[in-house]
Design a protein around this ligand. Structure first.
Ligand SMILES: [Zn+2]
Length: 409
């Protein structure tokens, strides 16, 4: 039951055996058991990676091991909360997504709710405070969230002709001011939820930045399209898709070419400096960054936020080979892959083969774009190839069954 390594535990054990007072010993032993029980349970719960949050668990797990008592308590609180929201998303993803879609609209529809710093997920979404056509509230978190949600809708709509996350005009619900100083943002299968930051790891007010909003909303798009599982390589692809479309949205809004972009996810949001993830150099965004950037470093059981560095680097490399605007070339290829080719259990090799094939369909055999896709995947150790006839038949069957389920047949 006990975790028997780490500086905190060594420190605690040393103090325990060198403290003469027996009452003090009892108190310290009780604290030791309590903290390690909590750490053990948080770790156990998090092996079941069913859902996404913006800041990866390993950032907080490291704080539990190395941080001060106050930092540890906050980190444990965040992990417990994200686990609860995860189970909700698992439930929602497993049920008919149309239940929550309320689609059929052709205009964008946003609603932002205020949770008034209450951290009870049973009370989501909270009080509605901002709708379409309403004016600024004066609360920067609420207004930022509302405006950035609009930018993400416009990006998908204008670049990919997509009408909201389900493609059918579903309303976009967001809750802000969730909990006092929560350092995370979540997609729970039906809505976005944003903490205030300021808990010690994330700067206050930065969780409603454009790239965070775009990342979270893309989890919604993925859920309604390929519905990639949130574990193993499909989980890495799921996380990567959110980063890929978030960085493209950031480039589109800021009118940046691939050479102008910083290719960072969560730039300037971390209290300790650096960014949360780097698509150009996975693993090098901040000192505790554990992302990998090559399939030789992939291991079974690796978290989606860790192995997403592999497809992220493939996408970055392909974009840099082509130049110009990512969302006009390689981004279109990735969008078709997400929408029509990938499925729940797709692996990195499947993503490489599909994007390679789509590149030829859109831009021609041996086009610069197709060569760029091949070298992007090759850079991370995946050799893209055209699928065999058998693989095409299997994929077509999957696509037909997806269309049937969308049509309710
Ligand atoms: Zn995510």
């Amino acid at each position: 039951m006990f975790v028997t390594k780490g500086p905190f535990i060594r420190r605690t054990l040393n103090s325990y055996f060198t403290t003469p007072n027996s009452r003090m010993k009892k108190i310290m032993r009780a604290n030791f058991i309590d903290r390690n029980w909590r750490l053990h349970n948080v770790q156990r719960l998090h092996h079941n990676e069913a859902v996404c949050c913006f800041v990866p668990d390993y950032v907080f797990e490291q704080v539990i091991r190395d941080g001060s008592r106050e930092e540890r308590d906050k980190a444990i609180h965040i992990l417990k909360l994200s686990e609860r929201l995860r189970s909700q998303r698992h439930f929602v993803s497993a049920t008919d997504p149309k239940r929550f879609g309320i689609g059929g609209h052709t205009e964008r529809r946003r609603v932002v709710y205020d949770m008034h710093n209450i951290g009870d997920d049973n009370l989501l979404p909270g009080d509605p405070v901002r709708y379409e056509d309403s004016t600024d509230t004066g609360d920067s978190n609420i207004d930022k969230c509302f405006n950035h949600t609009g930018s993400v809708y416009d990006f998908y709509n204008q670049i990919f002709s997509r009408n909201s996350m389900d493609g059918e005009g579903m309303a976009m619900y967001s809750s802000v001011h969730f909990d006092e100083d929560l350092d995370n943002a979540f997609w729970n299968g039906r809505q976005m939820t944003y903490g205030n930051g300021g808990g010690g790891f994330i700067k206050p007010g930065t969780l409603t930045d454009l790239i965070v909003v775009a990342h979270e909303l893309t989890h919604g798009v993925t859920q309604y399209e390929s519905n990639l599982a949130y574990s193993g390589q499909p989980g890495g692809l799921n996380e990567s898709m959110s980063d890929v479309f978030a960085i493209m949205c950031d480039q589109w809004v800021n009118k940046q070419t691939v050479n102008d972009s910083h290719w960072l996810i969560g730039k300037d949001i971390m209290v300790r400096g650096g960014a949360l993830r780097s698509m150009k150099s996975p693993g090098g965004a901040h000192p505790g960054d554990r992302q990998v950037s090559h399939v030789r470093d992939y291991r079974e059981g690796m978290g989606p936020h860790q192995c997403s560095g592999i497809p992220n680097k493939a996408f970055y490399t392909a974009c840099m080979k082509v130049g110009g605007n990512s969302y006009e070339t390689i981004g279109k290829i990735w969008y078709i892959a997400l929408k029509d080719r990938l499925s729940r259990l797709s692996q990195f090799q499947d993503a490489a083969n599909h994007t390679y094939t789509i590149a030829a369909e859109l831009f021609g055999e041996d086009s610069n774009e197709q060569k760029a896709v091949a070298s992007g995947w090759s850079e991370v150790g995946v050799e893209a190839r055209k699928p065999t006839v058998e693989e095409i038949i299997v994929e077509r069957k999957k696509l037909l069954s997806k269309i049937d389920s969308r049509l309710g047949r």
